[in-house]
Design a protein around this ligand. Structure first.
Ligand SMILES: [Ca+2]
Length: 502
């Protein structure tokens, strides 16, 4: 168990820092082959690869067997991992739901679209907020050409099943943002119930007691069946509502976990049962891809939108949880399976981030980038195929918002920004501009703040972040909050925000 394992052996176990194979086939050749259609497989000749993008909600880095959990049972996801490449340094763009999704769909960092957080940026006790945070945007601007729109323009059939969370009106709903099919996607960030009746305007209720995760799986399978003989490739986006709160699972599954020994802070039987239902669904979907003989020509991605929730699961050895810019809030389990292109059982330790999927899928589809729209990420196809490492780059987070928490400080985070460059990660907290610097290669748990010991490195990394902020026009809150009361204690002052989902 990682908790009892030395840091080194844990890092080795999960394959961090595993080098990439030397380039064999040139990237260009691979791309042409991907765009021209499969050399093998039973899909119609010339059909470009299908893409199935599974995005779990709130699943932590170690909430799956293949990442080391001894409590949760995820045999289907683990098998998927063994059939593809595991990325051990994969990041979400945000520490909570909406920003990550906006970045995935736009291919852009948060300052470009303004979706920084869930709901208002003024969360938690007003009297304890030193700054007026940057105003949040809760919908994705319809002028942005989404990933779905780009793939649709390139001839893909596009479908989403599950949680959208980027708007629900005529201009911002999934159907208006490039999806031919939308099942269950609304402005909401969580289901009102995991059991039918769902009270979801985009999902007709099933029989009373039907389980939402099972239903979304049924809908995904129905969609796959309809694509079997299609001349067009498809993009199936599966943003599961699971395993976000409310914690509601099937009783027989929950029962099973009550007698399982806990693994560190992983011990919640209901949450474990939700993960198992998610795993069941993924197993059924992958099984159907096999039955339909579509698997060979389908790229499957498994990813999560932010870290596991504190108090529900444990992200150890990572520090922190959902809502924080520490690794536990943003580092995600990730698998890429692509038969014939991605080596089964392979691993990649290079840092990748949510905005990389847009250019990656464009390359896989042989689709052009949207004219006049900046894409902040880079294609990771050459990492997937082990043909070329990425050019060295820094990656960034910008979260100029408050998120209430239940811990001692009363915050999960105050307004902050972060950068990762090489082995180093720096977080700047905007209330007092203090920075923390960590060497992730030696200290994956962010336990040793090196900012004072390595001032030159801290300055270098921070300057890269400042230059990036200028490039993307990132707002940093500086205006003092007149309601701020330095004597206010967490939890007992006026204006205490009830901890909200998201
Ligand atoms: Ca989430």
């Amino acid at each position: 168990m990682p908790n009892r394992m030395s840091r080194r052996s844990f890092i080795k176990t999960i394959g961090l820092g595993v080098g990439l194979g030397a380039a064999g086939t040139s990237l260009a050749v691979r791309v042409v082959r991907a765009a021209a259609g499969p050399a093998a497989g039973a899909a119609p000749a010339g059909r470009r690869p299908n893409i199935v993008f599974i995005l779990i909600d709130d699943m932590g880095w170690r909430d799956v067997g293949f990442m080391g959990s001894k409590f949760y049972l995820t045999p289907n996801i683990d098998r998927l991992a063994s059939q593809g490449m595991v990325f051990t340094r994969a990041y979400a763009n945000g520490p909570n739901c909406a920003p990550t999704r906006a970045c995935l769909m736009s291919g852009q960092y948060t300052p470009r679209h303004g979706v920084y957080t869930v709901g208002t940026s003024e969360r938690g006790q007003a009297s304890r907020r030193k700054l007026i945070p940057t105003k949040n945007t809760t919908t994705l601007n319809p002028k942005i050409v989404t990933l779905a729109e780009s793939l649709k323009s390139a001839g893909y059939v596009t479908a989403m099943m599950g949680k959208w969370h980027l708007g629900g009106d005529a201009e911002t709903c999934p159907e208006a943002q490039g999806f031919d099919v939308n099942v269950g996607g609304t402005a909401a960030g969580n289901p009102s119930s995991y059991f039918s009746p769902y009270r979801n305007p985009k999902l007709p209720d099933g029989p009373k007691g039907e389980y939402l995760t099972d239903r979304l799986t049924d809908e995904a399978i129905k969609f796959l069946d309809a694509q079997r003989d299609s001349a067009k490739p498809f993009f199936l986006y599966l943003p599961e509502y699971a395993v976000h709160t409310p914690l509601q699972a099937k009783a027989d599954k929950t029962e099973k976990y009550k007698s399982r020994p806990a693994d560190g802070g992983q011990q919640n039987p209901t949450y474990a049962a939700m993960i198992e239902s998610t795993d069941d669904g993924i197993g059924r979907i992958l099984g159907r891809l096999d039955e339909l003989k579509l698997a060979e020509n389908t790229l499957v991605i498994f990813f999560s939108d932010n870290g596991g929730v504190g108090g529900i699961t444990s992200n150890a050895p990572l520090r922190g949880a959902k809502g924080m810019l520490y690794e536990g809030g943003i580092r995600e389990p990730m698998i890429v399976r692509w038969p014939g292109k991605v080596k089964p059982g392979s691993r990649c330790g290079q840092a990748v981030i949510g905005i990389d999927f847009y250019p990656t899928f464009l390359e896989v589809a042989g689709a052009p980038a949207p004219a006049g729209q900046v894409l902040d990420g880079v294609s990771i196809v050459s990492l997937m195929t082990e043909t070329k490492p990425l050019e060295p780059r820094a990656i960034f987070w910008h979260f100029p918002c408050y998120l209430e928490g239940s811990g001692q400080t009363g915050w999960r985070t105050t307004p902050a920004g972060a950068v990762q460059m090489g082995d180093f990660k720096l977080i700047e907290f905007f209330e007092d501009s203090h920075v923390e610097l960590y060497n992730l290669a030696d200290d994956i748990g962010e336990t040793k703040d090196l900012a004072a010991a390595m001032p030159d490195k801290a300055r270098e990394v921070r300057e890269a972040m400042l230059a990036w902020r200028k490039r993307v026009n990132a707002p940093v809150p500086t205006e003092p909050n007149p309601q701020y009361d330095p004597t206010a204690a967490p939890g007992n002052a006026k204006g205490k925000g009830k901890a909200k989902a998201g």
